[in-house]
Design a protein around this ligand. Structure first.
Ligand SMILES: O=C(O)CCC(=O)C(=O)O
Length: 268
């Protein structure tokens, strides 16, 4: 990315609360990520459900560490994700966690309107100097429950959240009013597209009634100068070893070989 492209991206992130990098992963990287996510039984086995309060559940896997041998962690370390986030948040960032959202065909539940900082505030993060990058593993469309955002809503700062199902949801009365002022954007993504978004951006997604799964990898970052004042389930500050983007493909190919070898051993 050139300095002027980065500057334009930062201006858009500042104004809208998000920025979409189309084709952040090349076709080969996106296809490898999708193959791995489909084949990865260990990942599927770790998934847990968050009831959406409407009778369905959103399933996800959260990882607080950065293993050196998964494509997911390699992406979280990649300069292609970290450098823009540093620019958007104005300084050094560290890995707060990464997660795979698994919205299965015809069953994946909804996510209610929330700000990520609605959750993270409770963890002792004093400033909203936090952001995420969602990478589409599968295509995300209106039909299969892509992410929706209220454009510019990050400018309001944190609003109160309440429990709905076992999700933390933004105060519905306030959201109703905000919807009249901040346009709703359906962030439709192709595999390998990346959506960077601010932790105070209001977002949600519909349940998946389509026949297509919708998986997405979300890498979450906190600013180094925003080390949480209390210990909790996500990590405190430690320096992030940022990798050249080429390592994503190397780590992914090795992971794919391991998954295949394990599959062959299981069959044999
Ligand atoms: O992937 C989605 O639909 C929403 C996920 C989300 O909002 C979150 O993990 O905070």
């Amino acid at each position: 990315m050139t300095p002027s492209e980065l500057q334009a991206a930062a201006a858009e992130f500042e104004a809208r609360g998000f920025w979409i990098a189309r084709g952040l992963l090349c076709a080969e990287e996106a296809a490898l990520l999708q193959r791995i996510a489909r084949r990865d039984r260990e990942l599927a086995a770790q998934a847990y459900a968050r009831a959406d309060g409407e009778g369905r559940s959103a399933r996800l896997v959260v990882v607080n560490t950065l293993p050196r041998d998964t494509i997911y962690a390699a992406l979280a370390r990649s300069e292609k994700l970290v450098r823009p986030v540093e620019r958007f948040l104005g300084g050094e960032v560290y890995h707060y966690h990464h997660k795979m959202i698994l919205k299965e065909a015809r069953s994946g539940g909804a996510w209610n309107w929330h700000q990520d900082y609605g959750y993270w505030y409770e963890n002792g993060c004093l400033f909203p100097w936090m952001a995420s990058c969602m990478i589409a593993v599968d295509r995300g469309t209106r039909e299969n429950g892509c992410l929706q955002a209220l454009e510019g809503s990050q400018r309001m700062g944190r609003i109160d959240h309440v429990r709905q199902g076992n999700q933390t949801s933004a105060d519905p009365e306030r959201v109703e009013r905000i919807e009249q002022r901040c346009p709703r954007v359906y962030c439709e993504l192709e595999p390998g597209d990346a959506l960077f978004f601010h932790c105070n951006l209001l977002h949600r997604s519909d349940r998946n009634d389509s026949g297509e799964p919708r998986r997405a990898l979300i890498c979450c970052y906190n600013s180094a100068r925003n080390d949480p004042y209390k210990k909790h389930h996500h990590p405190n500050y430690s320096p992030l070893d940022v990798w050249p983007h080429e390592r994503v493909m190397q780590v992914g190919e090795a992971q794919w070989r391991r998954l295949n070898a394990a599959g062959t051993a299981a069959q044999g």
